[in-house]
Write a protein that binds this ligand. Structure first.
Ligand code: BGC
Length: 781
């Protein structure tokens, strides 16, 4: 039953799980449901069950020494720090995410890690969420497809992933107790969709439940979430692990489908589980099911753990640089106002006299901000900074550096902001171009708390003002994990590169982009709003009151909100420039199938009409202008990144299934395709639609059943009940019919539940008669 590796460590095989489980005592089974320390499952060596290590994640490995803490205060082994999700998501590049995932899997394997704790696919409901840097997007299709690719990559190496934080963990304020009050349609269409896509497409080995409550129930003990939806509907077969410390009532959690508690409760939960079984509050079957999943996870990870392979750190650094190149988003690139001509970027040293002078301003050029803080913090194998990379990339140019502002944890910390700004202005005056690195200091955003505003630090904004006075050739490069306010200053800078957080090779990648070694190709995975007041959850919607946060904006998050309400934004979802330009032609949309099997086939031809190789991200949005529920202006349904040489074209084709047309019906409690006109929009952002086509979709029969307490309008709209009711009401002079059809008051009467009107004096039918009509109408023909 038990295989042993060379070192004599017991090795559990998948085929041996049944027999091992059967050999365990109830106490041993219950012990498996708990970790053994911060990072390991419980081993039972005498039964042939090794302990395995699970660890953060997600954009690099954070393997701590055995006695480490869990929030990153202690050190961890060096590992490649790829761009965090906010950066990676801006690549819109599924292949890249899979390659990054593969590299992460290789590093886990080299370090003997069974499961990498990520990716996190929670929606960016508000730009203030302290953990947005770790999340992909405000759109579930983008987040889901990118995360699925990352999961495929990691798991291709025989290492598991943990899809987190399931679910509706969209803020850090009171994250361990707050109840997210969300209607089911919103949950299904927005907050669960990314999880669903990853589970269905990439089969993560584990899912991590979130800390918060959803509509009053802790995610860690919510049977609807952890069992009915996750397993019953989506077919998840892996293990559910708690977020670290997310367990409230352990026996309830076991019954609900929470298999593994982490970190270890030091035996306390085991005792509670055993007591609950003894007292009949929890079944032994539930315990065995969870224990089996732990054993299956351990067994699944054994082949990888038994065969650790070193990884190539310099190849991974190169991949981190490519990932960073693809993650930065060129928001704006215009000619310098006084001169006209070409856009300011890429930099062209040949155009400057004697190689020119570049002022690199901003401490973040020298001391990069490249990842977020908290449990995901990685110790990088190497760290590039933009200043060094620019010096190397501009050999014949004088590069003058000025810190510009003080930054915590850097050589400029503690210096006077005014002195640093004066020095920077001097440098700018003497330069052909100013490269200004601004961003959020590390203490502004982290796991564990939310931001209070969207602004850059005031000393940075003052510096920006001063530099815009001193030079008209200012390029701003931003480092921030979540959206910052760019309004109104972005209007005054000719070029603006949103670098997000770009990982350990971000500095070199930024230099590559500024110098035109590669063309920028990132696109915004989140809208950049003009003002905090414009954001969907602003006010009572965030961070909630009295332990409750109401998602009152419903499905209208991110661009679904801004675009539906026509709110001006700084830069829309999906936006990003390159050093080339693209032409969209020949949109072809075909409806495939009908009813619940309807879909769309979309094809469009894209041509690079620019002068350099660059990548376009073709985005397909679907609008459903008329529906029984309020739908967003349009929703992203598919996307593809295509890299083209100048003059080259490619036809990009997409297959959209029924889900792309559906909404979650709160009445039927399922996805429905309501027929009618749909508009397919293809373009380069949610607001840069290049081609559109309206198609007619033959939907499902959504006629609701009638009941005597349904409103009269429901009856009148029903093909069988409507005529039958009219004929009944036509009796005794038809006074009631006249009321319902009255142009002035009819609407008011039609909104009355039929059974109520049936009690009015003189109503020409009995309740029993109406019930008989309803029965007939609801019986399928
Ligand atoms: C975080 C998780 C993380 C875990 C382990 C928790 O506080 O929410 O994302 O994986 O700690 O460090």
């Amino acid at each position: 039953m038990t295989a042993r590796d060379d070192a004599g460590t017991p090795q559990l095989t998948e085929g041996a799980v049944d027999a091992v489980l059967a050999s365990l005592s109830p106490e041993e089974r219950a012990s498996l449901l708990d970790g053994s320390d911060f990072w390991h499952t419980q081993g039972l060596p005498e039964r042939g069950v090794p302990a395995v290590m699970v660890t953060d994640g997600p954009h690099g490995l954070r393997k701590q020494p055995a006695d480490g803490d869990h929030l990153g205060l202690g050190g961890s082994v060096p590992a490649t720090c790829f761009p965090p999700a906010a950066g990676l998501a801006s690549s819109w590049d599924v292949d890249l995410l899979e390659r990054v995932g593969t590299a992460l899997g290789e590093e886990c394997r080299a370090e003997g890690v069974a499961v990498l704790l990520g990716p996190g696919v929670n929606m960016k409901r508000t730009p203030l969420c302290g953990r947005n840097f770790e999340y992909f997007s405000e759109d579930p299709v983008l987040a889901g497809d990118l995360a699925a690719a990352l999961v495929r990559g990691v798991q291709s190496q025989g290492v598991g992933t943990s899809l987190k934080h399931f679910a509706a963990n969209n803020q850090e304020t009171h994250r361990m107790s707050v109840s997210a009050e969300v209607d089911e349609r919103t949950l299904r269409e927005v907050y669960l969709t990314a999880f669903e896509r990853v589970v269905r497409d990439a089969r993560p080995w584990t899912v991590m439940c979130s800390y918060n409550r959803i509509n009053g129930t802790y995610a860690s003990q919510d049977p609807w979430l952890l069992t009915d939806v996750l397993r019953g509907e989506w077919g998840f077969e892996g293990l559910v692990v708690s977020d670290w410390g997310a367990v409230d009532d352990r026996p309830r959690g076991v019954a609900a489908g929470l298999d593994l508690e982490m970190p270890s409760s030091s035996g306390a939960s085991q005792a509670k589980v055993l007591a609950a079984v003894r007292e009949g509050r929890l079944s032994q079957d539930d315990v065995d099911r969870a224990a089996r999943r732990v054993l299956e996870l351990v067994a699944r990870s054994q082949p990888g753990l038994a065969d650790p392979r070193p990884y190539d750190a310099s190849a991974h650094h190169a991949l981190a640089r490519e990932a960073a190149q693809r993650s930065a988003v060129l928001l704006k690139n215009e000619p310098v106002s006084s001169q006209g001509g070409d856009p300011l970027l890429p930099l062209d040293p040949a155009a400057w006299p004697e190689g020119g002078t570049v002022a690199v301003v901003g401490e973040m050029a020298r001391t990069p901000r490249y990842q977020g803080a908290g449990s995901s913090q990685v110790v990088p194998t190497k760290l590039d900074d933009a200043l060094t990379a620019l010096r190397e990339g501009l050999p014949g140019t004088r590069v003058r550096f000025a810190a510009g502002y003080p930054l915590e944890g850097s050589p400029s910390a503690g210096a006077s902001a005014a002195d640093l700004a004066d020095e920077a202005v001097d440098a700018a005056r003497a330069a052909d171009v100013v490269l200004l690195f601004l961003g959020l200091p590390g203490s502004y955003e982290s796991e564990g708390f939310d931001r209070e505003h969207l602004d850059l630090p005031s000393e940075q904004l003052a510096l920006l003002d001063a530099l815009l006075e001193a030079s008209d050739s200012v390029v701003v490069v931003l480092s921030n994990g979540s959206a910052v306010r760019l309004h109104p200053w972005a209007e005054r800078v000719p070029a603006l590169l949103e670098g997000w957080l770009l990982g350990q090779a971000g500095g070199a990648a930024v230099a590559d982009l500024l110098l035109g070694v590669v063309s920028p190709s990132g696109r915004l995975a989140e809208t950049l709003p003009q003002r905090l007041e414009d954001t969907p959850a602003f006010g009572a919607g965030f961070p909630g009151e009295g332990g409750v946060v109401r998602y009152g904006e419903g499905v209208f998050i991110g661009y679904r909100w801004y675009d539906s309400r026509k709110v001006p934004v700084s830069f829309p979802f999906g936006h990003g420039l390159t050093y080339a330009s693209f032409l969209y032609e020949e949109l072809d949309v075909e409806v495939t199938g009908s009813g619940a099997g309807a879909g769309l086939r979309v094809a469009v031809r894209v041509t690079n009409t620019g002068r350099c190789t660059a990548a376009e991200v073709v985005q397909v949005y679907v609008a459903d202008p008329e529906a029984a529920v309020a739908r967003p202006d349009a929703e992203l349904r598919a996307f593809a990144r295509v890299e083209l040489e100048p003059g080259r074209s490619q036809t990009v084709a997409f297959e959209l299934d029924a889900r792309a047309l559906s909404y979650w019906s709160p009445v039927q409690r399922r996805w429905v395709v309501e027929g009618g006109a749909f508009e397919v929009r293809v373009g380069a952002s949610s607001r840069d639609v290049r081609l559109r086509e309206v198609v007619q979709v033959d939907g499902e029969d959504l006629t609701p059943p009638v009941a005597v307490d349904a409103e009269i309008s429901t009856w009148l709209d029903h093909p069988v009940a409507g005529p039958a009711l009219r004929s009944v009401l036509g009796r005794s002079g038809g006074g009631f019919l006249g009321m319902l059809d009255d142009p002035g008051h009819g609407a008011m009467f039609r909104a009355i539940p039929l059974v109520r009107m049936a009690r009015f004096p003189g109503f020409p039918a009995t309740e029993a008669e109406l019930e008989a009509i309803a029965d007939r109408a609801n019986t399928p023909a």
